[in-house]
Design a protein around this ligand. Structure first.
Ligand code: SAH
Length: 413
């Protein structure tokens, strides 16, 4: 199904959509440009500090009100104007309805891992559905966000990719997913009842729906909102943020020049062009050599270690020779210092002809990489039981931010 030809999005449905893989996967086109749809309303989190002051002035108020509103939104996580007690009661409602339009409506919330993983299905203003996942670990809290409704990259193992692209998300739609997670934590969602004991969102991974670098402007806008110090932004460290991509080479270069040293995750999934052409169709545009070069350049420019994502699919890409080949492809660019391999057990989508690797093949794959000195982890599969029909988000939302020096981790859930 091409995105351009996709039917109207379901409105007011409470079902997670069922995705079924079409028999001929090669027929899905790559879609780089999102179809134009009605834009979501502009929100406070779409604007930078200067634009906020201007907007407040244009609405007939003093510019310093902007800072007060930002403090409520980014520091206090409050968008309910009744709580904005330092603003005159008469203007609160007007400012809130001008600048805080509701962007995400909760359709469903699912919890698993003893309450430590919460997945949300959201409906956007035009009915498009997206997902986010909040995961609590002993030492951090990771928020996995969507950057597009659907995806145009057509990877055959990925449920979102098989559904086509509906539209790009706006900066504020992306930021609001993180703000929601931060609110859940602040309100004791994980049972932290001592005041001040609640953890903060320490990590954000762009591993939900969509190809972040195909929605470049809005994603970089969101990265700025997340990393701008409080009260004008959420004040997160760029080190805690990971942008995952199929490998849009020009955009990887562009991202390395933004002065935002976020971690790059490259979804490689195969070390050879023949197989990667099939698993990650964008490989026909930018091949293995080109994406690995771009990732290496990214690591060199930003001094951030790149994470290579490699799904393990039984008898497809998990052979010992491929492990050797993978090590060779990555080693060619110099030492191991720039890279870390994150192996992901495939989470099969409904109707998929593929399944996860056998345990012994997975172990052998890890052993081969380690024997060559490669830093490697096997991804924790948080949230699998609440994966629903998506097939992607829970698998894509795990532990890339695990310490890159950690030994292979195995925390199956
Ligand atoms: N488009 C981006 C980010 C979203 S997907 C990208 O491809 O990197 C996030 C991660 O989840 C990617 O590494 C993707 O390959 C992986 N993924 C998608 N479907 C999966 C599945 N069925 N099982 C396991 N991982 C999957």
């Amino acid at each position: 199904m091409s995105a351009a030809g996709s039917p109207d999005l379901p409105v007011a449905t409470v079902e997670i959509p069922e995705y079924v893989q079409p028999p001929d996967k090669s027929s899905l086109p790559l879609v780089f440009t999102a179809p134009r749809r009605g834009k979501p309303p502009v929100h406070w989190a779409d604007l930078d500090a200067a634009a906020r002051r201007t907007a407040v002035e244009q609405a007939g108020h003093r510019a310093y009100r902007a800072r007060q509103i930002s403090a409520h939104y980014f520091e206090g996580l409050r968008s309910d104007p009744d709580t904005w007690t330092d603003l005159p009661a008469g203007v609160r409602g007007e400012l809130a309805s001008a600048f805080m339009p509701p962007l995400l409506t909760s359709v469903r919330e699912l919890t698993c891992d003893d309450g430590d993983t919460v997945k949300n299905l959201w409906r956007l203003h035009d009915g498009a559905l997206v997902e986010s996942v909040l995961m609590r670990y002993p030492d951090r809290v990771t928020m996995c966000v969507s950057s597009q409704a659907g995806c145009g990259m057509a990877c055959p193992f990925c449920a979102t990719g098989q559904g086509g692209l509906q539209r790009n998300m706006s900066t504020a739609e992306i930021v609001e997913q993180v703000v929601d997670g931060a609110r859940k934590l602040a309100h004791g969602h994980f049972g932290d009842d001592e005041p001040g004991a609640a953890p903060r969102v320490s990590n954000v991974v762009f591993m939900g729906m969509g190809e972040p670098l195909a929605n470049y402007k809005a994603v970089v806008g969101a990265l700025r909102q997340l990393t701008t110090p409080k009260p004008d932004g959420l004040g997160m460290s760029a080190r805690g943020i990971t942008v995952s991509t199929v490998g849009l080479v020009p955009r990887i270069h562009q991202l390395s020049e933004e002065g935002l040293p976020v971690t790059l995750a490259l979804s490689l999934h195969a070390p050879d062009d023949e197989l990667r052409d099939e698993l990650v169709p964008v490989n026909t545009r930018w091949n293995v050599d080109e994406v690995v070069d771009a990732a290496w350049e990214y690591a060199r420019t930003t001094r951030r270690r790149v994470s290579i994502e490699y799904i393990l699919i039984r008898d497809v890409n998990d052979q010992p020779e491929r492990a050797e080949q993978l090590a060779k492809v990555l080693k060619r660019r110099g030492s191991w210092g720039w890279v870390h391999v994150n192996l992901i057990p495939l989470n099969p989508t409904p109707g998929s002809r593929w399944t996860a690797s056998r345990r012994r093949d997975e172990d052998e794959f890890v052993r081969r990489l380690q024997a060559r000195g490669m830093p490697v982890t096997v991804r924790d599969t948080r949230g699998r039981e609440i994966d629903g029909a998506c097939g992607q988000l829970a698998a894509g939302s795990a532990d890339v931010d695990a310490s890159i020096t950690a030994p292979p981790a195995r925390a199956r859930v």
